[in-house]
Write a protein that binds this ligand. Sequence first.
Ligand code: AGP
Length: 616
Amino acid sequence: MCGIMGYVGEKQALAVVVDGLRRLEYRGYDSAGVAVVSGGQLETRKKAGKLANLESLLGSDPLPESVIGIGHTRWATHGGPTDANAHPHVSEDGKVAVIHNGIIENFAELRDELTQAGVTLRSETDTEVVAHLLAAILPSTGMDLAEAMRLVCRRLSGAFTLVALHSDIPDVVVAARRNSPLVVGRGIGENFLASDVAAFIAHTRHAIELGQDQVVEITRDQITVTDFYGVPAEVTEYEVTWDASAAEKGGYETFMAKEIAEQPKAVADTLLGRVDAAGLLKLDEMRLTEAQLREIDKVVVIACGTAYHAGMVAKYALEHWTRLPCEVELASEFRYRDPVVNVRTLVIAISQSGETMDTLMAMRYAREQGARVLAICNTQGSTIPRESDAALYTHAGPEVAVASTKAFLTQLVACYLVALFVAQVRGNKFGDEISAIVRDLSDMPRKVDLVLDTSEEMKALAAELKDAPSVLFIGRHVGFPVALEGALKLKELAYMHAEGFAAGELKHGPIALLEEGVPVIVIVPSPTGRGLLHEKIVSNIQEVRARGARTIVIAEEGDESVVPYADHLIRIPACPTLMQPLVATVPLQVFAAAMAAAKGHDVDQPRNLAKSVTVE
Ligand code: AGP
């Protein structure tokens, strides 16, 4: 996710735009840039790093005065956080500036087309192609900027919010959106464009939410909205009632609540552009050759905390789809146990921040032993992917809350993609088998969205259980890492004892913990899943109930066998066994956040914790 801002009116555009970017900086902060039009000239300034870096650049190399401008804070998806990759991107003739939020799926072919037409591309981004395409259309066709934008948008696939300026059209800002947010702010003698209302509610609370595949043209006095073919579009205006702080959270009370709600889109974005027309995987960006993937005889996953739980799920998928042995290691333990790692080992380092020192040191050790390292990371340009042999980025957008939610689900998706790709390359699965699994995976954003409907039930449950001395979580197969993740969320947010177990392990000791009323959350696998898993977990529910436990059962729609043993029954959508963690985890995230709120804790910044643990 990036921060997007556009302005045209009577004020100094730069001040309005930079202030708007500051309110959007949580959306992405690895580089920032602005563009204005003054005296028929387009002027841009852009800088890697936080917004403050851009502001100091503007101090030393100021922009001319202007009443029209656009600005961007970046969360890199294609191309690292460098000055060259920072937005705005400018056409070769210096007349068009473009900023973008999203992923242009067909950017590679557009880059090739432009290169063959003699255009020199100056960045690694997908965005830059739009600036050149607009510039190529405008002078020769006599179109206005909005029409040119519509023509270009019809050629793009993927997710994009685009905002453009043209030096010869100094009173118009044009924007377009598909699968990526864009909102218009209507002022008096001024109008605004932004990725969310936080950027302009200091100036106006009159907002217009744009629909899918729409282009908007703003001047200081006019707002015109059409579809991608120029047909006028109906829009609805609304009054923003949030205060500035709530607006930064998109109206949610906490960043964690916002990030939980963003999970369907985060999962969809992580799949975007990684499946070809035949339904097979295309992960060229990983930078691991097929020959290298065929040499592998073992996979070792290294990670910490929530990322480690994602690695545990990855083990089940990797071993099932690729038949390669897979070890999952706590990064902080890995290099001290003298592990067997060599050139035929693929080490997968999972890290949202890409800066976790335990994971970084474990990865360096693995590389010293000759292993190839693939990073699964959410932060472009961070240390772990930079030092890896290959990287596959999740596209969750910035995760601000310390407790990891959308990063976890997108780590799962990335692990599935890697496992499937290895199976595809090594021939463990036929193409039709791969595309069938990919079809199931492509339906998961919808199911994650469905499971968000359990939020009210989980909040009510949290209110009932907020004084419980402890909560136990049990699961089997991929439900076991989900149990661990649910317990971790509760520990780090509600500061209470919580523990996850492999359900089959209870009878070997932990069941002694049970007494009347102890809440036990049970993740129940699909009844049509693997072998006896479902039958065994139902027995486990009976075991704990027989000892007085209060059973909170998370089970798939239609699974009636658990009803007699559930004090609380939370329904999740039916899905393939290996993908169930994508839906089963969400109620546990909501439950932990609600428990924290009920106890009056800071949900976004729990005590003693940091978003990225950069010490060993
Ligand atoms: C999870 O909610 C925590 N924030 C923590 O366990 C985190 O997952 C762990 O520190 C790993 O962080 P990373 O993904 O940035 O490497």
